[in-house]
Write a protein that binds this ligand. Structure first.
Ligand SMILES: Cc1cc2nc3c(=O)[nH]c(=O)nc-3n(C[C@H](O)[C@H](O)[C@H](O)COP(=O)(O)OP(=O)(O)OC[C@H]3O[C@@H](n4cnc5c(N)ncnc54)[C@H](O)[C@@H]3O)c2cc1C
Length: 404
């Protein structure tokens, strides 16, 4: 591809990269866009390994970027799926408080819902029983009717097709390795020139941004999400989505029960500290230099107990054991038994940014730019849900005008 020049080069063919390309073409139909992806197809990482839940946005304070784009993004993604014949099920979700000390968080979630105009209601034990007959009846429960599940693989496939039809050029097996002067990238397929670069590289977005002299204040720690699946005997016990009240000081929602679009019910995911940005197995995806750097960050967080990290690490590492995983699931559904949970290879990594100065996990999406590049950092959950609205916000931050 040496010598090729594009108005816009997007790094990463996950949901963020694809929706950004989609938004660019919507605004400037004749602009020249290339998407560079190091894998052989879109969605090989987070975008193809998630729970497929379209979140309603109840977890986010109104001053966050997540609040600005989550509910709107979910609405738009559901409309997109319906228009394109992609399976989507607006099945709703219940959030369960399992102890009295979660009541302040229940109130906070309800006030987020009010501030962000998200339909949500406190429900009685009787209403909970009607929605989810086997769910644990604790001190409080919230019902979110707009939560949906979607076929995320079909969304990625359809977006790719639409983009190709509109002239977007995809370079697969093409890893960005660095910059080669202003407006030129070095990749494993050769050099490529651009007017404007948009970095949507997910777990490697901070590394790409550092190549532009940005994001120096961030380090990345990956958290592994593993799942179990309910057996066919236990599967009917879950109608839609059953979530715990989360610890809102953490960017994770806790082990939940989700009936995904193909009818399977998954239990998970965990948020186990991992030693590689693509460390999906026990040792798979581990690279020595990267692991040492991550290990250094994890050790620091453990020693300083940042963001209550010791408790998180102990709790989450414990979930490698099926017994501990079952205990977390039983908080939501006490009748679940060991034999109801069957192993699955489904696993994903959440690439979480830590701010080295404040020593805190970054909770929101972050956009940083130079005069000819924009970098999407910390595109953690619910970036799939948010993507169509998030892409609009990202593209609105771009000042470059293509030559069309
Ligand atoms: C277990 C799990 C469950 C989740 N559940 C949900 C959910 O239910 N709902 C929801 O909304 N969100 C969920 N999320 C979050 C959501 O999946 C992610 O926020 C979203 O997919 C991020 O998209 P992305 O495009 O930024 O990243 P990615 O999908 O990771 O895409 C980035 C792409 O960049 C490529 N890349 C990286 N470096 C380079 C390079 N140097 N050169 C070229 N290409 C490169 C990668 O190969 C990758 O394909 C979940 C995430 C996980 C891990």
């Amino acid at each position: 591809m040496s010598g090729k020049t594009f108005d816009f080069v997007i790094v990463g063919a996950g949901i963020v990269g694809l929706t950004v390309a989609y938004e660019l073409l919507k605004r400037q139909p004749r602009t020249h866009v290339a998407v560079l992806e190091k894998e052989d197809a879109p969605g090989r990482h987070a975008s193809g390994r998630n729970s497929g839940v379209m979140h309603c946005g109840i977890y986010y304070g109104s001053d966050t970027l997540k609040a600005k784009v989550c509910a709107n993004g979910a609405r738009r993604m559901i409309e997109f799926a319906k228009a394109e014949g992609i399976a989507v099920n607006q099945c709703g979700k219940v959030i369960l408080a399992t102890s009295e000390d979660q009541l302040p968080t229940v109130n906070k979630l309800m006030s987020n819902a009010k501030d962000n105009n998200i339909p949500a209601e406190r429900i009685s034990h009787q209403q909970l029983r009607e929605l989810e007959p086997y769910a644990a009846a604790g001190p409080a429960a919230i019902y979110c009717p707009t939560t949906a599940v979607i076929d995320s693989a079909a969304v990625l496939k359809r977006l790719r097709e639409k983009l190709e039809q509109q002239g977007v050029v995809f370079f697969f097996n093409c890893a960005i390795t660095g910059q080669q002067g202003k407006g030129q990238l070095q990749s494993t397929l050769g050099a490529i020139s651009y007017g404007y670069l948009i970095n949507c590289a997910g777990a490697y977005a901070d590394t790409v941004a550092k190549g532009f002299g940005l994001a120096q204040e961030y380090a990345l720690v990956p958290f592994k999400g593993i799942y179990w699946k309910l057996s066919s005997a236990a599967n009917p016990k879950v109608r839609a989505n059953i979530y715990p009240v989360p610890d809102i000081s953490m960017p994770f929602l806790g082990v939940h029960l989700t009936r995904v679009i193909d009818g399977n019910v998954y239990v998970g995911p965990t948020a186990i500290p991992a030693f590689g940005r693509e460390n999906y197995g026990i040792v798979r995806g581990i690279n020595l230099a990267e692991s040492l750097e991550i290990g250094y960050q994890l050790a620091g967080m453990y020693l300083r107990n940042e963001s209550n990290f010791r408790k998180l690490a102990r709790m989450e590492l414990g979930k490698y054991s099926k017994k501990n995983f079952l205990v977390a699931a039983q908080k939501l559904m006490p009748s679940l038994k060991m034999e109801d949970m069957i192993p699955t290879a489904k696993a994903g990594i959440r690439p979480q940014l830590v701010n080295i100065k404040t020593r805190k996990l970054e909770m929101d999406y972050i956009l940083v730019k130079t005069d000819n590049s924009l970098h999407v950092l910390n595109a953690i959950s619910p970036a799939f849900t948010s993507s169509l609205a998030f892409a609009e916000l990202i593209v609105s931050n771009i000042t470059y005008q293509s030559s069309e």
